[in-house]
Ligand binder design. Structure first.
Ligand code: UTP
Length: 277
């Protein structure tokens, strides 16, 4: 059984302008590497090697980061910078990466539809390209294991605060075991008073390719975007869809607060911790 991964990274990042005007938010540095590299490494650590990154025409930097740059490698070789050479080569060889251009930014659901041919008849994980998750096992690995165990679609959620419901897709369902719920309904950005629970969708999913049928029949919303949450809602009516409460940390790099926090918290356990002292 093959498990693939799709990393949507084609959005305009409007919440983080002007920073993201020319600089893709997925390329914003966290400690010593761009956000998207943390995300690719999470998929690789979950045992996935076939990965598609959905990017935009304005986001060439993402593809460049994973491409071999011959001149650079030659210079590193000539000047004896072995550690650096090893590091840049490792990036090129991380995974079998495919880059797919989303021509128009019609939302997350539309970005995933761009990967339909790449996914084919295999199951696949989705990792948002602007979101870093930590934890052991990592979030994607946890989901992949549960997907095989339950033989069903699954995604991660986290406990959110009452006043935060308007920023999340919120789930309702029946608890089947500790931290796992069989999903009945999903509501996008509800008011706190009407939210069915305080469990918010956080950006990691594993689906069978059947999700594509539901994405295709999902109508675009008010701002012309196809929402993944709507397709998941439709899927939950005909197939088993589970939510898993992930206990690790999650950073939404598209927000100033999480971006700053990720720097501080992720550098503490890295070789860069000394710079904080
Ligand atoms: P977001 O909604 O957080 O990203 O989507 P955005 O649209 O870039 O940012 P804002 O809301 O305008 O500030 C989550 C992920 O989905 C990708 C984004 O690049 C991000 O990694 N995405 C979003 C796409 O690939 N295509 C889209 O049309 C929209």
């Amino acid at each position: 059984l093959i498990m693939k991964a799709v990393i949507p990274a084609a959005g305009f990042g409007t919440r983080f302008l002007p920073l993201t005007k020319a600089q893709p938010k997925e390329m914003l540095p966290v400690v010593n590497k761009p956000t998207i590299q943390w995300v690719v490494e999470e998929a690789v650590d979950a045992g996935i090697t076939d990965i598609a990154i959905i990017t935009g025409e304005h986001k060439q930097a993402i593809e460049n980061h994973f491409r071999p740059i011959e001149k650079l490698e030659k210079i590193l070789e000539m000047t004896g910078k072995k550690t650096e050479l090893k590091e840049v080569r490792e990036i090129n060889e991380l995974a079998n990466l495919e880059f797919i251009i989303q021509k128009e930014q019609k939302g997350l659901g539309h970005a995933i539809l761009c990967a339909e041919d790449f996914v084919g008849s295999d199951s696949f994980a989705i990792l948002l390209g602007d979101t870093i998750c930590t934890g052991n096992p990592n979030c994607t690995k946890g989901l992949v294991d549960l997907f095989y165990e339950k033989n069903a679609n699954i995604f991660s959620v986290e406990r959110i605060k009452f006043e935060e419901t308007k920023r999340y897709g919120v789930v309702s369902g029946t608890k089947v075991e500790e931290d796992i719920m069989l999903v009945k309904d999903l509501v996008e950005k509800p008011e706190p008073e009407t939210a069915p629970s305080l469990l918010g969708i956080q950006g990691r999913y594993v689906f069978t390719p059947d999700i594509f049928t539901h994405l295709k029949s999902t109508k675009s919303g008010a701002v012309g975007e196809i929402q993944l949450t709507d397709a998941m809602n439709s899927l939950s009516k005909v197939q088993k869809l589970y939510s898993w409460t992930f206990k690790g940390k999650r950073y939404d790099i598209g927000t100033m607060r999480d971006w700053f926090q990720s720097h501080l918290e992720l550098s503490i356990n890295s070789e860069y911790s000394s710079v904080l002292k």
